[in-house]
Design a protein around this ligand. Sequence first.
Ligand code: SF4
Length: 202
Amino acid sequence: MEIMQSESVVLEPLQSSVLGKPLLRVVRMMQGDHPSLPSVSVYFQGCDAYPKCFGCHNPETWDFDEKFAVDFSHLVKHVVAKLDTLLNVYDKVALVLLGGEPLSPRNRKYAYMLAKIVKEFFQEKVVVLIFSWRTPKDLLELDVPLDYFDEYVLGRYLQKYHRDGFPASANQLYLTKEELKQIFETLKINKQEKKGEELCNF
Ligand code: SF4
């Protein structure tokens, strides 16, 4: 989509030599990656789902290839400038993180830092949505903080559950941060109850 240009936003410079480099496929301004908001969509490169999802729409993003390494501060400036451009037209927009797998060990800290910078800078004007093949149970076990992601699409893409709606696979969970926290609480309680039962049966 064509959006009018706006002045770019200046941020504090980041020490990318210290932070390392994410693998990135492309950054696009899109309609459709978020169910209701126009988005700046960041497609990370590299997918750690095994086996891969049959019918995956983005197989070109599977390889963890260093030729896709980008400077993180450059990525931040690019994303912020695109968000700023969208916000000249819309009151509220989305930053969508997908791929590939944004929560792969290679890219998860960059997905987190990008979300943190964007949320601190734009606050409620930008909704951060992250896609992951991982389930809520998998996320509970990840040692990456999730506080700056507002919304999630979780679960694998399964072609047999493909639909025209959102998300594209009917088995996938579209959750707010609050809904995910509730699921975490339920999972923790279930785990404690299971441990208790195991102790009683010992
Ligand atoms: S997790 Fe995403 S990128 Fe990876 S195979 Fe599945 S649909 Fe494709």
